[in-house]
Design a protein around this ligand. Sequence first.
Ligand code: ADP
Ligand code: MG
Length: 474
Amino acid sequence: MPPETSGQMVACWARIRARLRDEVGEVEYRTWLRQMTLQGIDGDEAVILLPTRFLRDWVNSHYGDRLRALWQAEDANVRRVEIRVAQAATAEPVMADGAGMASSRPEPSGLAESLAPAPRPPAEPRTSDPRSDWVVPLEARFTFDTFVVGKPNEFAHACARRVAERPASPGFNPLFLYGGVGLGKTHLMHAIAWAIREGETARTVAYMSAEKFMYRFIAALRSQSTMEFKETLRAVDVLMIDDLQFLIGKDNTQEEFFHTFNALVDQGKQIVVSSDKPPSDLAGIEDRLRTRLGCGMVADLHATTYELRLSILQAKAAAAQVLVPPKVMELLATKITSNVRELEGALNRLVAHANLFGRPITVDSAHEVLHDVLRAHEKRVSIEEIQRKVAEHYNLRLTDMVSARRARNVARPRQVAMYLAKQLTQRSLPEIGRRFGNRDHTTVMHAVSRVSELIAQDASFAEDVALLRKMLET
Ligand code: ADP
Ligand code: MG
């Protein structure tokens, strides 16, 4: 779907900037690109604003093509990107969505930046509406609609839905979400916030990272405005604190959070907290706070499964409207197992690359583009491990792998082990030869080609080798 509605446009724009930021790096991004705002889409042209002519020219000449390619990846209807100097009078962003109230944001989405019309001077005093500093913009694409549910996250997802539908229900307050990085904690929190904001009852939702909470609190202490700090926070209907583990060891901030927490819960307000560990493992958090954190609903996001990774890839490819062959998705889902963020990053890179060069995504291009990522995720297998597994599998002794015996029942498995050593390790042929009882590299070469031939000819042999390979790789 082309981004007709402003919500979609905001989401596309956020993704484009996130990608650009990944590509060019933080420093360059901040220097040149951070002040870009999207004015809108005019026919087949995306109009981007920058505050000065210098910046406009620079961005145009250095990033113009890239911006166009990234837009095209998001929306094929956009064929051109026009960069203009923002007039002071047109500084109002076209699609502020009620979330664009905050002045800055620690996390990499950068939505705040795009929605903030003009850069503010860095040391600006507090604005007249203290709340504007509090409400951190939500990432447009972190909604329930875009969250893919599978075994590892279904419980956390159900709890989040429940809280979004009926905030502050008994048993669900606080909602404590925990799990490793990149598994969807922030996504779920934003989804709750979006759903509550869109709900019929008007409710104020404050979402911020624990770091931001601490930073605000310390700033309030310094400027002697802690009363204001307390009042502002205690006036919200839903308070969400992301990455609570950052409060570990920060005693004063914890104390303040504890009081806010109690005040809100007493008033029947909802609290949602995320962390990388369950409450019981949060060493360095005061006991009484830990106890309170654990007394609502504690839900964990487990590591992803192959099935969930595949569903996520399918959903993301469909949303981005790109054709990703099933084999490529299988490759990514098999290799990139660490977390969803990396999986998403890999897919984005493939799409960007395909767009840039106008070539379809294939297994080969995936290997080429994601060379580094795939390698980093490759499990390191040692030759010794290969020898052991192969010997076990064929009922031989480990010494048979290095012995001079040439009987077929020993020689063939040895060849299989050499073949696997070549496939699964970075070792050179002479090195592999040496590790197999000081054999010559031509022996290894011969083994590799012999096993390849047999794999092509003999299905049951092929299955055997595939099985061994799988055992070694996982
Ligand atoms: P965390 O806060 O746990 O570190 P995030 O919520 O930031 O992780 O998720 C990292 C990325 O992965 C985000 O872009 C998010 O949209 C995506 N993601 C995580 N889980 C899912 C899911 N189940 N479905 C779709 N996207 C997901
Ligand atoms: Mg997070």
